[in-house]
Ligand binder design. Sequence first.
Ligand SMILES: [Zn+2]
Length: 216
Amino acid sequence: MFDLTLTFDNGPDPQVTPRVLDILRERRLKVTFFVVGGKLDHPDGPALVRAALADGHRIGNHTLTHTVPLGENPAPDAAEAEIAATDRLLRAIGVETRLFRPFGGGGNLDTRLLKPSVVDHLVAEGYSCVLWNAIPRDWADPEGWVETALEQCAAQPWTLIVLHDLPTGAMDRLETFLDRAAALGARFRQDFPEACVPIRAGRIAAPLTGYVSALP
Ligand SMILES: [Zn+2]
């Protein structure tokens, strides 16, 4: 038996997100989608985010451009340009969120994730910064990620996994993963393990030194 929290990053994607929503609805699973602000430009983007919210999923901010990890982004206004700008786009379509997930250029949990001005922004705006403890690299291994993910689940009591609702082919294996995880005793839940949320509602709740670079 193990606990399992599902998160889907980098969408919404008009080809893949609707199918992911269908699969989750059929199984009555609630998850969190960390959306890239730039994806809301697609004509279907806003409706997909609203549909996810209507199904009981949570929405989080996953930067505007998802190009340079914030800890490596030299722009002094990176928090404004990446986080606040995405927040405005979400609010414009009726979505309020205080969840933020940085990206580490391939899932790295290190000082590429954040920098001091970004931490200041997250604290000032009352965000929770949601990291992860399992990243089976579904984008790079669209078939084999299922085995990797199940091994990660078996190795710890509560897995917070990062998957991607992207057209890589990986989501063709989502039902297989969910079936096999359930057969192994997965208890699906929507909340996050505390160890994965070092900033909670604007309060620094765990040491950030391993996640923050020295850039301004
Ligand atoms: Zn990402």
